[in-house]
Design a protein around this ligand. Structure first.
Ligand code: COA
Length: 183
């Protein structure tokens, strides 16, 4: 079903999710593998970011992943930089509740948003960027059908070392052929 898999449901992110997002945004363990500029953010800065960048954008759609049944929010998935003319967008996923890592929730969340992007929005292409040390995410994206398309060498400085940022993408027909449809 659209927006619903066996264990995950996507609901639209709202202003009321600001505090939840603030908690995830300030968790260095979560942000280590996803945020190019680690920092601690005051609530006012998060409010501003949510209002203007996440919810205020005409070219972004963000959804909170909740565990079905108990409705516990576990993470966020977004399509950003949506280009309606060229039918493409960038994909982001962050599971903020760490006890949900490594249990397949990420795979379900990615499939749900890609199903929406390809079967409903009729996008032609979805791309993403991932840090080269994020083996779990790269494996997940590859399993789902993303291919490596490029590599920005040494563009992330983390823990005192340089890392590459890998560019991945999947086309609508490739996604359909993979038959990972969960709706
Ligand atoms: C990255 C993230 C979305 C992955 O979601 P997840 O629910 O933890 O991952 P899944 O359980 O769906 O597992 C994905 C795959 O990685 C594999 N995996 C798990 N741990 C791994 C590790 N340390 N190294 C390599 N692969 C690993 C799993 O076995 C699975 O592959 P399989 O289905 O072939 O067995 C999630 O961990 C997360 O949000 N992390 C913090 C923020 C982040 O890194 N976001 C992504 C930024 S690009």
């Amino acid at each position: 079903m659209l927006f619903e898999s066996s264990r995950v449901r996507l609901r639209k992110m709202t202003k009321e999710d600001t505090e939840l997002y603030h908690k995830w945004r300030n968790d260095i363990e979560v942000m280590h593998s996803t945020n190019p500029s680690l920092d601690v953010y005051p609530m006012d800065a998060t409010k501003d970011f949510v209002d203007h960048v996440i919810l205020g954008s005409q070219t972004a759609k963000s959804y909170i992943m909740v565990e079905k049944g108990n409705e516990t929010p576990i993470g966020i998935v977004s399509l950003v930089n949506i280009d309606y003319k060229n039918r493409n967008a960038e994909f982001i996923i962050d599971i903020g509740e760490k006890e949900y890592w490594g249990k397949g929730y990420g795979s379900e969340g990615v499939k749900l948003l890609l199903d929406f992007a390809f079967y409903e929005m009729n996008l032609h292409r979805v791309s993403l960027r991932v840090f080269s040390f994020n083996d779990k995410a790269i494996r997940l994206y590859t399993n789902i059908g993303f291919q490596e398309e490029g590599n920005s060498r040494q563009s992330l400085f983390r823990n005192g070392e340089w890392h590459d940022i890998i560019h991945m993408g999947v086309l609508q027909n490739e996604y359909f052929e993979k038959q990972v449809k969960s709706i």
